[in-house]
Ligand binder design. Structure first.
Ligand SMILES: Cc1ncc(COP(=O)(O)O)c(C=O)c1O
Length: 384
């Protein structure tokens, strides 16, 4: 495994910020909001009452039941705690999953652009990531035809992420059903990462693969997280829902590696899952307003084009119109130019397997978004 060289530009940005430079940071993949106060209080109270010991390695029964209950309530499933596992972020559950499911030489389909950790996790487990390009002309929404095209007799599974980081694309419900039925018919597993589930816009509808779980319990795995929905990135709490046999396999790996996620984070997550989602609505409203301003403003800039993304809190504009100007020849040199010239940090699309684009996170204040767009416009105008 390697640290992606394309992320070097972000390290450079962090370094500049630490040295006191005024950088508009469009890099972060995390909410700029505080954890809701009732959730934070539940964490503090866990410390005060001494809930600070080891728990069951897969998470407390109460938390696992709350995860199951949230799905049962929203989707009418009959999940129990045995269908769930809580770990140190959705990332850990994805990792456990790959180690449980992927054998040497297995191919796993990953739509691209993709979240950076998917390919490395597959490769770490000995598998081979196989990319299925999702087209910009279809607003990066993956289709059954896109994934069918890259399947071989070695394909063992597929990892879907909707809403997608980095493109924001939301998979249409009918397409999701088609992909699941196709995959099940080929005896493949389907991992469905819905970390950004609540952040969908303009009437886009988030369908969850859990809707088909009871039909195909041995094939579908859903991964979710407290990180983005409840602004809890630093608490490190994510979870997976799957067949109890698979959960047991994942639990073995977790039990011998990190054991339980922090008891304090578990107490906070329990409060978040059981409580009202008022703060989530406030965050959502802010994302709607920022996205509503940002997308048209970015499209005003020469050399940049961006379709309105369905979800998440990123835009993924095509910047290839600027390639060939000055020192810019690809997404990395584009990002480097913006950082050097305008003190604006964006993530090169090459990190996500799509070199004509950059990722801009709008998980930052409207004021900083306006300032950043102004700077990008001025820096690109200089190139003529
Ligand atoms: C698509 C996707 N999946 C999973 C994760 C993992 O989040 P965490 O480990 O914080 O739960 C992230 C975080 O950026 C993500 O973007």
């Amino acid at each position: 495994m390697q640290v992606s060289p394309t992320l070097a530009v972000l390290n450079h940005a962090t370094d500049l910020i630490a040295r006191g430079f005024d950088v508009v940071d469009f890099g972060p993949g995390e909410p700029d909001f505080a954890t809701p106060s009732n959730v934070a209080e539940a964490g503090k109270s866990a410390i005060d009452r001494g809930f600070t010991k080891y728990t069951n390695a897969s998470g407390t029964r109460a938390l696992r039941e709350a995860i199951a209950a949230r799905y049962n309530k929203r989707y009418g499933t009959s999940l129990t705690h045995e269908h769930t596992i809580a770990g140190n972020g959705g990332k850990q559950e994805l990792f456990n999953l790959m180690l449980s499911m992927v054998d040497k030489g297995d191919e796993v389909i990953i739509p691209s652009p993709y979240w950076v950790s998917f390919p490395d996790q597959v490769a770490f487990a000995g598998g081979k990531p196989v990319f299925a390009p999702a087209l910009e002309s279809n607003r990066f929404r993956i289709t059954l035809a896109d994934v069918e095209r890259v399947a071989t007799d070695r394909t063992r599974g597929i990892i879907l992420n909707s809403p997608c980081n980095p493109s924001g694309a939301v998979i249409a419900e009918s397409e999701l059903r088609g992909i699941i039925e196709w995959a099940v018919g080929r005896d493949m597993f389907v991992v469905y990462d819905e970390t950004y589930e609540l952040f969908v816009y303009d009437g886009a509808h988030h369908a969850s693969a859990i809707q088909w779980f009871e039909e195909y319990p041995e094939s579908i795995v859903v991964v979710n997280s407290m990180s983005k929905t409840f602004a809890m990135t630093g608490w490190r709490l994510g979870y997976a829902v799957a067949h109890p046999d698979l959960i047991a396999a994942m639990a073995k790996i977790q039990g011998h590696s990190t054991s339980n996620p922090s008891s304090i984070a578990q107490a906070a997550a329990l409060e978040a899952l059981r409580g009202a989602e008022i703060d989530v609505q406030t965050m959502y409203d802010a994302y709607v307003a920022r996205r509503g301003w940002l997308v048209p403003a970015i499209n005003e800039i020469d050399g940049i084009h961006c379709e309105p993304p369905d979800g998440a809190f990123y835009i993924f504009p095509n910047v290839s119109g600027a390639y060939g100007k000055g020192s810019i020849r690809d997404s990395q040199s584009f990002a480097t130019y913006l950082l050097d010239e305008a003190r604006v940090a964006v993530v090169p699309g090459s990190a996500f397997g799509a070199d004509d684009y950059v990722r801009i996170s709008y998980a930052t204040s409207m004021e900083r978004i306006r300032e950043g767009v102004k700077r990008i416009d001025a820096a690109l105008a200089k190139l003529g």
